[in-house]
Design a protein around this ligand. Structure first.
Ligand SMILES: [Fe+2]
Ligand SMILES: [Fe+2]
Length: 286
């Protein structure tokens, strides 16, 4: 219980609330107006969470967090050590029914493996949320999870709860409020500063080791405005267009792989030891 995500001042009772919200938001067959209803009324904690996220994710904030974390100066860990560290974030009030963070990671990766996808994609499933350890470094929920979006250019109305950008100070900086803002047409999403969170951080940790397809899945898995709603096409380059189908291939595993049977950690460990060794050094800089 003694983790930052359970602090009473936080709008989400734990980080899983955001994942559950996403799953509800993208349930098959829901109309746009049904989404809105679900968003605003049924999940006030999530709405408050997004209000903070949209208010505080400014250009200055993002650049400062990139300087703070993208140099990877927080020590070395193996993947298992990083996963064990993330496990200390488990803070749910009903620990009997809930899975640990590692079990959630294994559910995602095992679903990908069952469907016969490449080994690098199984690995990507296992590691995609390891960046949530930012919470353990003391970052607030709104700076770790939530939909991501470009900063330094006009916000798309395809971003969830766009009305909450009214309180973002970048609203008053005119060069950030044009269509392209700080960027050039079709400059490529890798050259765009995204709102800060667990996606960008884990992509930085992995960028020397994994193929571009995997890095796109990591870096942009919460960029729903782009991969789900088709926004920001005018920033895309050819590489982004080619990678989008891989990001979309990954998304259902992120949304819907929870709630299956508890993975047998002991039986699975040798497979994952081999998988990590195939792509990664034993210890990685975090
Ligand atoms: Fe995630
Ligand atoms: Fe996830």
């Amino acid at each position: 219980m003694a983790t930052s995500s359970s602090a009473s001042a936080q709008p989400l009772s734990n980080l899983e609330d955001w994942d559950d919200f996403l799953e509800g938001r993208y349930k098959e067959g829901k109309t746009e107006s049904e989404f809105r209803q679900y968003d605003a009324e049924a999940t006030p904690g999530v709405a408050e969470f997004y209000r903070l996220n949209h208010q505080y994710q400014t250009v200055d904030y993002v650049l400062a967090k990139e300087r703070q974390y993208f140099g990877l100066t927080r020590g070395e860990k193996t993947i298992w050590e990083a996963a064990e560290y993330l496990n200390t974030l488990v803070d749910d009030s009903d620990p009997d029914t809930d899975l640990t963070q590692i079990e959630h990671l294994l559910q995602t990766s095992e679903s990908i493996r069952r469907d016969g996808h490449p080994r690098w994609m199984v690995l990507t499933g296992f590691i995609h949320d390891l960046g949530k350890c930012l919470c353990l470094y003391g970052e607030p929920q709104w700076g770790v999870v939530g939909d991501t979006f470009p900063v330094g250019c006009a916000w798309s109305d395809q971003i969830v709860f766009p009305e909450y950008f009214a309180d973002n100070p970048d609203r008053n900086i005119s060069r950030y409020q044009t269509k392209y803002g700080l960027y050039e047409p079709n400059c490529g999403l890798e050259n765009v500063h995204m709102s800060f969170g667990h996606d960008g951080y884990i992509a930085e940790v992995m960028k020397s080791y994994l193929p571009d397809e995997a890095l796109y899945m990591l870096r942009f898995h919460s960029f729903y405005a782009w991969h789900r709603h088709g926004a920001y096409k005018y920033l895309e380059n050819e590489k982004d267009k080619a990678m989008l189908s891989w990001v979309n291939k990954f998304n259902p595993y992120d949304l819907y792989s929870k709630g299956h049977a508890k993975p047998d950690m002991k039986a699975l460990k040798p497979y994952y030891d081999d998988l990590f060794a195939e792509f990664l050094p034993e210890k990685l800089a975090w």
